[in-house]
Design a protein around this ligand. Structure first.
Ligand code: UVW
Length: 321
């Protein structure tokens, strides 16, 4: 990629005139656009429960077929600490009544499976969400950690936007992009609209390639997804979208094709607008159901784990139709 003098050299340049919600919900806000999800929005979501069918959207942690993670992170490891073999040993604990039990632990990246990003997870220019100093991340997130999101929970009307199906593909391809116009067109083809305050759940089925290709999947890593434009960011702002949920590792095309910058939407949506990001979901069963009954709207409910000062944490979101 070549750059002329007028082309942005940094994300600061790219987003110099981008909209911001800093201060909108007070100087001490740490949950951003989740403030749009009022009790009325919970009831709007509940109105879309028609059959009571429940779908869990988390990927399996410790999947025998592998756990897809962002390059540089490693999948969780689970270690068995106590099991029936523990009691083969003479110095095994003896509990009154003969109780035995199993115990295990995991060592995991908090962003290493289906997860909520804390609003302070990604930044540029020395400031995180709401203008907090990026030094507040040192040694743990003193501001905009995942904990306030976990304390609050996320409930509202969810809409599945099945981009793969809309484009007539099993899965979107490496680096394939789409924008808000495609989301609107996809919704229209599915028979509904995208309303203000909807939780957007976008299916690409890109991680199918992880399971088919193994390590080759990471060569020239460049996920498909939404890609930055000023119009797209303005659309999220105008629609007051609280939460963007996808089945890719990082929710947007990894490298924005014009600037080559990595993950500028994390910056424009999460850092500046306070849109929460939920990543690495498994949308396959939900998508099959939506294709079968034509109902793409439902109650969405999720709460990441309450982890003090964390940059993100695992979650098993629910879609209830
Ligand atoms: C990065 O922020 C690098 O990735 P993710 O949002 O997928 O955790």
């Amino acid at each position: 990629m070549t750059q002329s003098n007028t082309e942005p050299k940094t994300i600061d340049d790219l987003l110099a005139d981008a909209p911001s919600n800093w201060g909108r919900w007070g100087d001490d806000d740490e949950v951003g656009s989740l403030n749009y999800l009022t009790p009325a929005e919970v009831l709007r979501g509940v109105a879309h429960i028609k059959t009571g069918a429940v779908f869990t959207l988390q990927r399996l942690i410790g999947d025998p077929k592998g756990d897809p993670v962002w390059p540089g992170r490693s999948p969780a490891t689970r270690t068995m600490l106590m099991d029936e073999a523990t009691w083969d040993s003479d110095d095994a604990p003896a509990f009154p009544g003969g109780l035995h039990y199993a115990d295990d632990k995991i060592e995991a990246f908090l962003q290493g499976s289906t997860q909520y990003d804390a609003l302070g997870h990604v930044w540029y220019g020395g400031k995180i969400w709401n203008g907090y100093d990026a030094r507040t991340t040192v040694g743990g997130m003193d501001k905009a950690s995942v904990e306030p999101i976990a304390q609050r929970g996320v409930v509202g009307r969810g809409v599945l936007l099945d981009l793969a199906r809309y484009r007539g593909k099993d899965n979107l391809d490496k680096g394939e992009t789409f924008d808000h116009n495609d989301l609107e067109a996809c919704a229209k083809a599915q028979g509904h609209t995208i309303e203000p305050h909807d939780v957007l759940i976008i299916r690409t089925n890109f991680l199918k390639l992880f399971f088919e290709q193994g390590e080759k999947f990471y060569e020239n890593f460049n996920e498909p997804g939404l890609t930055y434009s000023p119009e797209l960011v303005q659309w999220f702002h105008d629609k007051e979208i609280p939460n963007l949920v996808t089945d890719t590792i990082a929710n947007e095309t990894t490298y924005e094709p014009n600037s080559g910058f990595a993950l500028p939407l994390h910056c424009a949506l999460m850092r500046n607008l306070g849109v929460t990001l939920t990543e690495i979901c498994d949308l396959e069963k939900l998508a099959a159901s939506c294709a079968e009954d034509g109902q793409y709207t439902f109650l969405y409910a999720a709460a990441p784990l309450k982890v003090h000062r964390a940059t993100g944490s695992p979650v098993n979101p629910l879609a209830i139709k």
